[in-house]
Ligand binder design. Structure first.
Ligand SMILES: N[C@@H](CCC[C@H](N)C(=O)O)C(=O)O
Length: 262
């Protein structure tokens, strides 16, 4: 069965996007993993499947490169807004609102959540910060912006072996649904950030990670909104006021389209 796909990225966080709105596609963990494979498939950090929605203009399902289906993806939602023109997108993590503003795309995610059972954590404990540590990373802030994030603030981002520490933190039993791991350095110009993504590893940028990190910094009164978050792939501008959804603005790039035999 031949299917058309689009390859897009947001700041180097890359996606294969399949449109199942008119001809449905039964996605499995194994098929998602195969398509995401950079040697034997097309290659991406996340596979995105578009489907019809009863509550928004379309539904977006998100599969990490390891095949796991997850709730939200900030960079992919900007790409889907750019590709389809949709102003509302249903995800398992809530409805996302989007708007193209010149070369950039702005999306508004859900109102962030902070309770231990909303992250979720395995046990009742504080989340601002979580009283835990892993080697030279400790006392992270836990934030759910549709998907679960930990945010570690450090003095020097370049001192941290995030690829070495990421897997143990992501899969720690404290996080029953695993977790995305963000390491952030606050500076005069905003935040420098690296994210070890659940199910995908170190990526060049993570939109929900940038949102969770900016929200944690604003809550801790280290910065005020809007916040520039610079990742290896580029910069996003994140805005948030307590009690409101968090918004993100940045590039979304179409790379190519093609056909694959499934
Ligand atoms: N790259 C994404 C987040 C993708 C999902 C994440 N790895 C998870 O498992 O929750 C983004 O731009 O937000």
């Amino acid at each position: 069965m031949l299917r058309q796909f689009h390859k897009m990225h947001g700041l180097g966080n890359d996606f294969v996007i399949l449109d199942g709105r008119e001809s449905p596609l039964a996605m499995t963990e194994a098929l998602a993993r195969h398509l995401a494979d950079r040697r034997e498939g097309i290659g991406c950090d996340q596979l995105i499947l578009l489907e019809p929605s009863n509550t928004a203009e379309l539904r977006m399902r998100i599969f990490n490169a390891d095949g796991s289906e997850v709730e939200s993806c900030g960079n992919a939602s900007r790409c889907v807004v750019k590709l389809t023109g949709a102003g509302t997108i249903e995800t398992a993590g809530g409805v996302i609102h989007g708007d193209v503003t010149g070369a950039e795309v702005e999306v508004s995610l859900i109102e962030p959540r902070f309770s231990w059972n909303e992250i979720p954590l395995a046990y009742a404990m504080p989340t601002d910060p979580v009283p835990m540590g892993w080697e030279n990373l400790d006392r992270p802030y836990a934030v759910n912006v549709g998907n679960p994030h930990l945010v570690f603030f450090v003095e020097d981002l370049d001192d941290i072996d995030i690829e070495g520490l990421g897997p143990a933190i992501e899969t720690d039993p404290t996080f029953p649904e695993r977790i995305n791991v963000n390491v952030a350095e606050v500076g005069d110009d905003g935040i420098r950030l690296k994210t070890f993504e659940r199910g995908a590893g170190l990526t060049r940028a993570c939109g929900t990670g940038a949102c969770a990190t900016a929200v944690a910094a604003i809550r801790a009164r280290r910065l005020s909104s809007p916040v520039r978050v610079t990742m290896p792939g580029g910069t996003l501008v994140i805005a948030w006021e307590p009690g409101q959804p968090v918004t993100m603005r940045g590039d979304a790039t179409h790379v190519f389209e093609g056909t694959i035999d499934l």
